[in-house]
Design a binder for this molecule. Sequence first.
Ligand SMILES: Nc1nc2c(ncn2[C@@H]2O[C@H](COP(=O)(O)OP(=O)(O)OP(=O)(O)O)[C@@H](O)[C@H]2O)c(=O)[nH]1
Length: 420
Amino acid sequence: MELNIHLPTLLLLSVTINLMVGGLLWLVYRLRDRQTCFRLWTLACVTFVAGSVLAGARTVVDAPFVTVLAAHLCLGLSPWLVLAGIHNLLGMPLAGGGRLSRILFACGVLYVAGLLVSYAGDALVPRLLTALWSALVFSVAIYRLASCARTPRLPFQILQTIFGIHGILMMLQVLVISTSKWDLVGLDVDAVLTLILTHHLMLATATVMALPLLAFTQAERSLKLLAERDELTQLLNRRAFLQQGIAAFEQARAQRNTLTVLMIDLDYFKEINDRWGHEIGDSVLSFVAKIMSEELRDGDIIGRIGGEEFSAVLNTGSYKEVEAVTERLLRKIAERGRWLDGRALNLSASIGGVAMSPQTQSFNDMMRLADSAMYQAKDKGRNRSSLLRCQAECRAWCATVARQTSACSRMQTDSGGRSH
Ligand SMILES: Nc1nc2c(ncn2[C@@H]2O[C@H](COP(=O)(O)OP(=O)(O)OP(=O)(O)O)[C@@H](O)[C@H]2O)c(=O)[nH]1
């Protein structure tokens, strides 16, 4: 096999690109609140460049301590730094984080020990050790990226593909080096290793270029979460809840499906605040949010739409199902909220609910009806639910709510308030 790859040129190109991308990552690190992953990835570029330069100096310097040992330590450290950056970005601990981290650490110790023992002898052994170590680190990186199901998936898949090809190449290198001693298949070992090195350099460059893409999509995702979540309960905030509720309503109408809106309000919450303080009040709100998240289904939309007011959109219009859900919610709140943080709080809630019907022309109609049903539950003595049952009843409610709404806007106008 005739290969016309001019290795020094390729090395120079890879070193230049890694230096440029490393510089860019360092700049991002300085500009973006010093996010640690960017510093780790900058160091990964630097160690990769250092390793490549030191290994390349082999032809002019006869000092294996530098051109083999130091070079391979740098080349082995580089993928590990990439992995450490990914861990930092995804918020996972690298050290002390379970069995996989311990195995990786043990393999790292063996790898360094192996280099120390072999660097002065056959040059292929350190190469084999570094290839094995890199393949292991890439496999762990693939596993880590796969185990956190985040959206958008694309940057994760790009990196996983690069790491996958990289890992396969490294294992191929291990295979070629280990069989080279016996010359089993008559391979031109140097040519094949040069080919592998060429791809290795290109993939290493592709990796450092793909990392910022991953970091930026992660940052965008965090911002989106921040904008649509209620800080205290981590449920959807009012704006995001309404947005998702309207979308679910339109979709249900288009597909001739149905859904139910629930309005949940804590009873006598002001007394809890007044008696135990706002901090306890806050933990009560988090407690109710937790119960709702646990008791409702994954596809249901749950939000905190006001102080002590929660709302949910359920993917069902069945009175029986909704009744079972509200009974379960009321029971859990009362049972688990009897004592909270060592205090007798005796929590309860009132729930109003309405299913989609010809009378509910918009999601806002449903919210209004569920709200007035919830007030009916309060009027009837609290700690109960009030669900609008049939179309006739719903029609009557719609008329009442419409009268109340127009009376309210009349009152606002009469008292000098502005109606929009
Ligand atoms: N701790 C805490 N309290 C809040 C928050 N938002 C609103 N509140 C309080 O919630 C209370 C709501 O009181 P009300 O509207 O009178 O309702 P209630 O006491 O639950 O009475 P009913 O609903 O009629 O049973 C007020 O004291 C608000 O200060 C919050 O984020 N944290």
